[in-house]
Design a protein around this ligand. Structure first.
Ligand code: BTN
Length: 322
């Protein structure tokens, strides 16, 4: 990501600026400014220069551009954002960076993935230009015993980002424990958290998030269980805007991993589609049936079985019983 280009886009979002105003505000010399504008135009922006008013961003590309995402973030908390047109899996890529000793926080987006992965080794359909396929590489300072909370925090961040979308009727995402986000009973987003370690930079977390954004249809294998924001809202969604919102919510979520977590749990429960319902859970190969009674202080599911015993589940695959 080029920081100067992100600053230029951010500045022009508030209105037109003359070349000298823009160069000073962006902290570049005029010669560099022209090169940056040219580079942005190559990425698909249209930034004409009006003789009196100055530069104006008239068109932005539909494809993801790292500088555009960064320019829309209220808090620039990432060390870098990378957008790839294609990669095997953004999670694998972030893991590779972590294993090489690169320090987070870094964000990786891909327009398409050739080997997108879901939980339980499943394939994650990652069609080109239609979703948000992203991974964050994070070196958290909080003790590792708190890290499992990150999936709960991220599920809430995704739900809140979707709630903030400017579509009518508004979306009402629900969280399906532990880390799916569903809308209208169909899955729209999933989270895959993985960890690694490097001798110098220490342990790290990779948070992978897949959001079905603008797909018009799904393969027949998953059409019954998956949907997209576009199908649900009838509106084409601006993925760059969603990406920036999501990164903002994740940043806020990260600060709530410890003292703020009880409030997070309440917000998750308020959006849960499993609380109080009868579930079938496959937890590490063990099948259980019962009623989802509550979440424990770490976000684990408290499942009341038919024999009255209460089980604490840290992970699992949930099926809602009719
Ligand atoms: C799931 O619901 O099973 C989790 C799906 C996670 C998919 C995302 S897409 C971006 C990142 N890269 C991957 O290969 N997987 C995650």
């Amino acid at each position: 990501m080029n920081d100067a280009r992100a600053r230029i886009l951010r500045l022009l979002r508030h209105g037109t600026l003359t070349p000298s105003e823009l160069a000073i505000a962006a902290g570049v010399v005029q010669r560099e400014l022209h090169a940056h504008i040219e580079a942005l135009e190559k990425e698909g922006f249209s930034i004409p220069l009006h003789p009196l008013l100055g530069y104006e961003v008239r068109e932005t590309p539909e494809s993801l551009v790292a500088e555009d995402i960064a320019s829309r973030m209220e808090v620039p908390w990432l060390r870098n954002i990378e957008v790839l047109s294609v990669t095997h899996s953004t999670n694998s890529l972030a893991l590779e960076y972590g294993m090489r000793g690169e320090l987070g926080p870094l964000a990786f987006f891909a327009e398409s993935q050739t080997a997108g992965r879901g939980r339980f080794g499943r394939v994650w359909e990652s069609s080109s230009g239609e979703g948000l396929w992203m991974s964050l590489l994070l070196h958290l300072v909080e003790p590792m015993r708190l890290w499992p909370r990150l999936t709960t925090l991220t599920a809430l961040a995704v739900a809140q980002a979707l709630e903030g979308l400017d579509v009518y009727p508004r979306l009402h995402p629900q969280i399906k424990w532990p880390n799916d986000v569903v809308c209208g009973g169909k899955k729209v987003a999933g989270i895959l958290a993985e960890t690694g370690s490097h001798p110098k930079t220490g342990p790290f977390l990779v948070l992978g998030i897949g959001i079905n954004v603008n797909q018009a249809a799904f393969s027949k294998e998953i059409a019954g269980t998956a949907s997209s924001l576009r199908i649900l809202s009838g509106t084409q969604i601006d993925r760059t805007d969603l990406a920036a919102r999501l990164l903002g919510h994740i940043h806020l979520s990260l600060s709530k991993i410890d003292a703020g977590f009880p409030a997070v749990l309440e917000a998750v429960k308020a959006r849960s589609c499993v609380m109080g319902t009868h579930l079938r859970v496959n937890s590490g190969g063990t099948l259980m049936e019962g009623v989802a009674e509550n979440l424990d202080p770490d976000g684990c599911l408290l499942l009341r079985l038919e024999d009255g015993t209460l089980h604490t589940l840290s992970a699992g695959e949930v099926t809602l019983r009719e």
